[in-house]
Ligand binder design. Structure first.
Ligand code: EPU
Length: 441
């Protein structure tokens, strides 16, 4: 028995109406959970999404000796007081790319960390060279065993304590920045990260840690300086997870395609400027409120969606995580659009599935495609290769004519909390079902 989504498409009709709320950001919550290792008291987190990746990170922390209480309504309490070493479970860590962020706090607290090459979505090579080099610069030794792809790492800080160092990232890395920011908190002396990533989740984490005793300066800019200190104390202050900009952006794409009057609520529009700008340029009327984004289209006025070129870029540029939903959007826009995925080389692998639905997408190389639109999409059975492409397939299913079946729902549940219920609330016909072989039960 496999879980699937069944979607009755709107055949392009602009019919969606209502409000759709955004949950807390996956990629913020996972790093804040890891930061619990830096605390001498309990870390309280709010607005944590109920998703598979949060469960996996929780499993990893519990395996390391942490206690986690799910208080309901997005509240988590994590205590790492009983943690005794930095040996991660290979089995769990291999299934979660974000497991790599645990290396920073574990190494700075315990002086040693054991971990496998992290797994996660199949979107490219996903190397960890920046991590290994950074820890070496902070005075650690790195031992690698096992063959490529299945490697196991043991990193040990000389004398049991990481030392501050100056690091320059050849690539701006989100998890790299977060990992070394946390490593610096309990290290000796000063750590400087240059060419740091600028994603808003990084600044939110730094602000919270600073409120609990950390000394981090410059988060949100390309140079971050961390002065090592003692274990942090939250003294009951809660970390409140920022709204998920990727989820909000994907809902905005749905509203842009099929919204009659749709408002995305509980979001942070200023984190989505690149997408909003691009959609407006393409012809979508978008109204931005303090924590809302609305697409409202007068049924008497016909609007035209026009082709636009998209180049993914580190924040505040166009997010790679919204590239797949945007490609679905562009299949409905008039003219030729070029999409250049600059971050991950495996992140356009899903386009063949859209062509099978009727899209006209030409792949020039693993990083670049041309989308010629508009094209009518027909329903299909789709199997998503990764979490973001998974949601893009849901969007394609909503646009298409007929009933689509989306397999590999687990991939979508990794990042989006009960997405079908929220989509139903704006009029999408989507339901979760079980499929045994070819029969739907
Ligand atoms: N890179 C290296 N060496 C390293 C690390 C990264 O060369 O040691 C390269 C990568 O190959 C890539 C670039 O640097 O070309 C940027 O990768 P980054 O390290 O920023 O990616 P990440 O931190 O692993 C996070 C998000 C991704 C998101 C990217 C880019 C988490 C857990 N993951 O990944 O989110 O796509 O930043 O914004 O925060 C997702 O949520 O579906 C997802 C994949």
């Amino acid at each position: 028995m496999k879980e699937v989504f069944l979607i009755k498409g709107l055949a392009g009709a602009r019919k969606l109406v209502g409000e759709i709320p955004v949950k807390g950001a996956k990629n913020a919550a996972l790093k804040a959970m890891a930061s619990a290792i830096l605390f001498s008291d309990k870390l309280v987190m709010k607005n944590v999404p109920e998703i598979e990746d949060v469960n996996r990170m929780g499993d990893l922390l519990v395996d390391l000796g942490a206690t986690i209480e799910h208080k309901g309504n997005g509240v988590l309490e994590i205590s790492t007081e009983e943690m005794y070493d930095g040996k991660m479970s290979d089995e769990i860590a291999k299934r979660l790319r974000a497991s790599i962020v645990l290396t920073g706090p574990l190494l700075s607290r315990f002086g040693t960390v054991h971990f496998p090459h992290p797994g996660g979505c199949v979107i490219g090579a996903r190397p960890i060279d920046l991590f290994l080099e950074g820890f070496k610069k902070m005075g650690a030794t790195v031992a690698i065993s096992g063959e490529k792809g299945k490697a196991h790492y043991v990193i040990s800080a000389k004398g049991g304590k990481l030392r501050g160092a100056e690091l320059f990232f050849r690539n701006q890395s989100v998890t790299g920045t977060e990992t070394f920011m946390m490593a610096g908190v309990l290290a000796e002396g000063e750590t400087v990260i240059k060419n740091a990533a600028l994603e808003p989740e990084i600044e939110a984490l730094a602000d919270f840690l600073n409120g609990c005793g950390a000394k981090i300066h410059g988060a949100g800019t390309p140079t971050i300086t961390i002065t090592g200190t003692q274990k942090l104390k939250s003294k009951g202050k809660a970390y409140v997870t920022t709204p998920d900009r990727i989820e909000a952006g994907s809902f905005l794409v749905i509203a842009a395609l099929l919204g009659k009057d749709v408002t995305i609520t509980k979001c942070e529009p200023k984190h989505l400027e690149s997408l909003i700008e691009l959609l407006r340029y393409s012809g979508v009327p978008i109204k931005v409120g303090k924590n809302t984004i609305t697409v409202k289209i007068d049924s008497k006025k016909k609007i035209s969606l026009n082709a636009v070129d998209v180049k993914t870029h580190e924040y505040p540029g166009f997010p790679t995580d919204i590239q797949a939903p945007m490609v679905v959007y562009l299949t409905q826009a008039k003219g030729d659009s070029l999409v250049f995925e600059t971050i991950f080389e495996g992140r356009l692998n899903y386009v063949e599935w859209l062509n099978r639905m009727g899209a006209e997408i030409t792949m020039f190389d693993p990083h670049r495609v041309k989308i010629s639109g508009p094209t009518k999409l027909n329903s299909k059975e789709l199997e998503s290769p990764d979490l973001r492409a998974g949601l893009a397939f849901v969007i394609a299913g909503i646009v298409a004519k007929g009933e689509s079946v989306i397999h590999n729902v687990y991939n979508i549940d990794r990042g989006y909390e009960k997405v079908e219920e929220r989509l139903q609330a704006i009029g999408v016909s989507i339901k979760r079902a079980y499929m045994a072989d070819s029969d739907i039960v």
